[in-house]
Write a protein that binds this ligand. Structure first.
Ligand SMILES: [Cu+2]
Length: 118
């Protein structure tokens, strides 16, 4: 009798462990997205990502430097980055985040950050 109770307890423990591990695997891993900067344009200029994802802008020009400036967030203009260099930013909350290049105001883009599965 005692043995069968402990066996049942063991079964429940295993079931609980299984549920915990499957809940963990449902979380979506954060991704890194790449935007290339070529011939004075962000390619692509509009990108939708999930909360927690990172965007890396890569300068693919021959000589031209650029910056990625989220001016509307009231942030200071970041340093320029040169060909073969990159700039990264992680987005921790949902929303539409417009940005521009500091030295080239006509270069604009937007990162649309959404909650997972919405
Ligand atoms: Cu630029």
């Amino acid at each position: 009798m005692k043995r069968s109770i402990s066996r049942t307890t063991k079964g429940w423990l295993l079931a609980a462990l299984f549920l915990l591990s499957s809940a963990t695997s449902l979380q979506v891993a954060a991704e890194t997205h790449t935007i290339e900067i070529k011939r004075m344009k962000f390619r692509t200029p509009e990108l939708t990502i999930n909360v927690g994802d990172t965007v890396t802008w890569v300068n693919k020009e021959y000589r031209q430097y650029h910056s990625v400036w989220f001016e509307q967030l009231g942030e200071p203009e970041p340093e320029y980055f040169f060909p073969k260099e990159s700039f990264s930013r992680t987005f921790g909350e949902a929303g539409d985040f417009s940005y521009r290049c500091g030295p080239h105001p006509k270069m604009t883009g937007v990162i649309k950050v959404i909650e997972h599965g919405k």
